[in-house]
Design a protein around this ligand. Structure first.
Ligand SMILES: O=C(O)CCC(=O)C(=O)O
Ligand SMILES: [Fe+2]
Length: 577
């Protein structure tokens, strides 16, 4: 008991108290629970019915759904002008954001993927005015019609509440603790913190032997110039007129900066760019940590092959933006270097489900039902702290100049606690080759980032440049069959994962042969053997946790063996296990 108390004291308190966030909604909308403080519920019900007319028969969910089908700003504003309650429901930023983004996507689909230099302007909106509603209606001021004591709705209040979270304040204890660890270049929280190591102290050999499958943070040694000190203002100064991708939209960086400085979004648009003109310049202005450059996905590079999935991103986001829980694509590992700002990381091993996330068995569908703000306010963050105290989750804050390693297959979420700029790259260190191969072999539907035409071209060029070796013949055959099948289709260059054709590129077979022929060839046989072992272990584990509901009877097996290939019955000998 005494030992437990002492231990409990040693663990830093990373929990937060989210109950103090109660901003006043600009229209006076109150949280649902406040309705019980109203002194005349009958009168409230009557006014609501008067205000909504026939729409009062709808539940809030159905009303919201119906409003989301309105597909023009002028219709939405007209409906809002018919009563105060409808003004409040149509004021919801999510509706206006959707209107803008749907139109942007329509314009992009019509005009092709590469916007002209001025980009697309849904409904002629060339100026960001501080909210999606004001931008679409080209308003600098709004009437802000008040609905005090008339609208009690979590549905309307909650997103506003989330947009006003002061993350730096909410996580001040965690930040202070991590700041000390960062200054010492050593984690003061070995229980569930992420180990910090000086970049110069970690050799490739030690990384591959002992660090490849756990998170850690590489820190510098006071060298201010180790990483570029870019912030958004600096980038706007250099690339303000260049288009960058922010999730579904692509805007000039100067436009994104205006948006970023002034919006009420619950989940602000996150700039995640791998293809702007600027990134071509910027990629020459930093050096990845040396130990992360031994990267087996380089086998997909080179003039002759040139079909590597995108793997390098510039990330810019304001406080409150972030990445919801995910595993990185194609079972790759990643590094992420903070250039400005503070990022909160939560990382869980591959087989621990993150709080608030549900998946199907194969993890093809991942549902994070809420944005990061809602995730924090609903108590899931504190659930993650509890998991961390049980050794099932690691939590850290990274600061400028720190580079975190995200191991292959680990769940992770990131919350920008302040405005942030970061660089990230996905890569495949040698020890995870077997896991990537297993993924390519058995999770074909989840493979992403390979473009059909580029991949087909790469396969053709590879086959003509590399004569078959005896070990390669089954793989060559599969690739040749695929190429033959492609001859009967008109190919586009969509991501293979999005294509609905009966064409599944044999990425597993191709990758094996590419690695075999590359400078990483010495890893091939060992990785294939390890992959096989992983496969057998996974099958054993599956049999243990999910024994088949039926088993084939001995009689059936014997009969089948005796009758040879002509065996056929119109009934089954299956018995319940
Ligand atoms: O938001 C971030 O910085 C994390 C990015 C990330 O996890 C990713 O690129 O996969
Ligand atoms: Fe990630």
């Amino acid at each position: 008991m005494a030992v437990d108390c002492k231990r409990a004291k040693k663990i830093p308190n990373y929990r937060i108290d989210a109950h103090t966030i109660a901003p006043i909604h600009p229209l006076g909308v109150k949280p649902s629970g406040n309705i019980y403080l109203h002194n005349n519920l009958k009168e409230l019900d009557l006014s609501r019915k008067r205000q909504l007319g026939h729409l009062a028969a709808l539940s809030e969910e159905i009303l919201a759904l119906a409003l989301s089908f309105i597909d023009s700003p002028s219709d939405l504003v007209s409906l809002g002008h018919s009563s105060r309650v409808l003004y409040a429901y149509t004021y919801n930023e999510e509706l206006w954001r959707k209107l803008y983004i749907d139109e942007f996507m329509r314009l992009e689909a019509k005009g092709g993927n590469v916007p002209n230099s001025s980009g697309y302007h849904p409904y002629g909106c060339r100026k960001w005015r501080g909210s999606w509603r004001k931008t679409l209606l080209k308003l600098d001021e709004e009437a802000l019609i008040q609905v005090n004591d008339l609208v009690f709705s979590d549905f309307l209040y909650r997103p506003y509440q989330c947009s006003k979270i002061d993350y730096e304040y909410l996580f001040k204890r965690v930040i202070a603790f991590e700041e000390n660890s960062s200054a010492l270049r050593h984690t003061l929280n070995p229980e569930f913190g992420v180990e910090r190591i000086k970049e110069a102290d970690l050799t490739l050999e030690t990384f591959e032997r002992s660090y490849c499958s756990k998170p850690f943070i590489l820190c510098g040694e006071g060298d201010e110039k180790r990483w570029p000190l870019w912030d958004l203002e600096y980038l706007v100064g250099r690339f303000g007129d260049i288009n960058f991708r922010q999730e579904a939209v692509e805007w000039k960086l100067s436009y994104y900066a205006n948006y970023s400085r002034n919006n009420n979004d619950e989940s602000p648009l996150y700039l995640f760019d791998c293809s702007s003109e600027a990134i071509q310049t910027l990629k020459g202005e930093y050096m990845a940590p040396k130990i992360f450059t031994y990267d087996l996905f380089k086998a997909f590079e080179g003039q002759e092959i040139n079909c590597r999935p995108d793997h390098r991103w510039l990330i810019v986001g304001k406080a409150g933006s972030g990445s919801t829980f995910h595993k990185d694509p194609n079972q790759t590992s990643a590094w992420n270097a903070g250039l400005t700002g503070k990022k909160l990381w939560m990382m869980l091993p591959p087989d621990v489900k993150p709080p608030g996330v549900s998946t199907d068995k194969e993890e093809e569908e991942v549902t994070s039902p809420v944005g990061v703000g809602e995730w924090v306010l609903s108590g899931y963050y504190n659930d993650a702290v509890k998991l961390a105290q049980e050794g099932k989750c690691q939590i850290a804050v990274t600061f400028p100049g720190e580079c975190i390693y995200v191991p292959s297959g680990w769940w992770h979420t990131v919350i920008n606690l302040t405005d942030s700029v970061a660089l990230t790259e996905n890569f495949v260190p040698a020890p995870i080759l077997s896991k990537v191969l297993l993924f390519f072999k058995n999770k074909k539907k989840q493979i992403s980032g390979f473009h059909l035409q580029d991949t087909v071209n790469a396969m053709k060029r590879f086959l003509s440049a590399h004569p078959m070796k005896s070990d390669s013949s089954p793989n060559y055959e599969v690739i040749e069959n695929f190429l033959e099948k492609c001859r009967h289709h008109a190919l586009n260059n969509e991501d293979c994962g999005l294509i609905d054709l009966d064409l599944e590129p044999p990425i597993f077979e191709f990758f094996v042969e590419l690695v075999r022929e590359s400078k990483y060839g010495k890893h091939t046989e060992r990785a294939l053997a390890d992959m096989h072992e992983l496969e057998v272990n996974a099958a054993r584990q599956e049999a243990r946790t999910n024994p088949p509901a039926t088993k084939t009877s001995e009689a059936w097996t014997n009969l089948a063996a005796e009758s040879g290939s002509n065996f056929s019955f119109g009934f089954s000998f299956e018995e319940t296990a």
